[in-house]
Design a protein around this ligand. Structure first.
Ligand code: HEM
Length: 293
């Protein structure tokens, strides 16, 4: 009898379900019958028609919960990174072009709205990502009868220290440390060391490519979120307030605004550049084996 696609039982529903199904694989699962993908009327299996267009949602709670995490993770990441790209590619050059009066009126209204979505997008992205990654670490560790505590601890320790060092570099706000290319070189070295340390600490042989790729890419995402809350938002809320006051009551904008604006710019640019390796590693987790034994 023809078997429906969804009737196949995988060893681990999630892992195997992501593997592409070759014609051989299909044939063997069909008990030797031939099948190929095409319009519904041409889907043939063991001489009978098979309905590939019928919907059969997975019914177990874990699969559904993880899918929900993934989906929300994507939506939040699009919101966050979309705004990050808008700030870097559109808003920064635009703000340089407009006159101070228009800027005084427009900036507070635009930025307070945009930054609300931006900072909460970062939280939802990271929380959903961590929930998903936690399940990957737990299942890797369980399969090897090992503990996932070390991997989780190394993640938070390594990447939080990385962020602290990154932030420390922009605090002086003068000299070589105020120059973008100098900071870029320091950050490349810093993130390379952090990534190597993460791989070094999680080198027991049972860690999967998914676990390690997200351990590094997600770690960079964690750093980006700390930048959003710890640097960008902290500075921007003051700048917005001062700009609003200046437009309404002509109260002078403190000198410190320039320093904070520069710090925001540097961290926002760093996040913009970090988003490239993050997205590469997110995509590599399930589709490009490069880590692990
Ligand atoms: C800048 C922030 C982030 C962006 C833009 C981002 C984006 C993405 C994208 C596009 C995917 C889909 C990859 C695919 O299915 O091929 C993904 C998957 C995933 N992300 Fe993120 N992510 C970010 C941060 C994080 C963080 C902080 C974590 C947690 C530590 C995380 C954990 C995950 C996990 C576990 C997956 C599923 C990987 C798999 O199925 O093998 N992400 N992310």
């Amino acid at each position: 009898m023809a078997q429906r696609l969804s009737d196949w039982s995988y060893d681990t529903a999630l892992d195997a379900a992501f593997q592409p199904c070759s014609v051989e694989n299909w044939k063997s699962r069909q008990g030797g019958g031939f099948a190929f993908a095409g319009p519904p009327s041409t889907i043939v299996s063991s001489g009978e028609e098979s309905s590939v267009y019928s919907i059969n949602l997975p019914s177990d709670l874990t699969t559904n919960l993880l899918m929900l995490f993934r989906w929300v993770h994507f939506i939040a990441a699009i919101t966050w990174i979309g705004l990050l790209y808008f700030f870097n590619l559109v808003n920064v050059p635009f703000m340089k072009e407009i006159d101070p009066v228009t800027k005084g009126k427009g900036l507070p209204a635009l930025m307070s709205r945009a930054l609300w979505w931006f900072r909460w997008g970062s939280v939802v992205t990271v929380v959903m990502g961590l929930a998903y990654w936690g399940s990957i670490v737990a299942s890797d560790a369980r399969n090897a009868s090992a503990s996932s505590a070390g991997a989780m601890a190394s993640f938070f320790l390594i990447w939080t220290i990385t962020w602290a060092l990154m932030y420390a570099c922009v605090i002086p706000g003068k000299g070589a440390l105020d120059k973008g290319p100098v900071l870029a070189v320091i950050y490349v070295v810093l993130f390379t060391i952090a990534s190597c340390l993460f791989l070094r600490f999680n080198d027991h042989g049972w860690e999967s490519n998914r676990m390690l790729a997200i351990g590094i890419g997600g770690g960079m995402g964690w750093v980006m979120m700390l930048n959003v809350w710890g640097v960008i938002w902290r500075a921007q809320k003051k700048i917005i307030l001062w700009t609003r006051d200046n437009a309404a009551n002509s109260s002078p904008i403190p000198d410190r605004a320039k320093y904070l604006a520069r710090q925001t710019f540097l961290m926002s640019r760093a996040n913009f550049i970090l988003s490239f390796p993050v997205l590469f590693l997110m995509g590599a987790a399930s589709h490009y084996p490069m880590f692990g034994k």
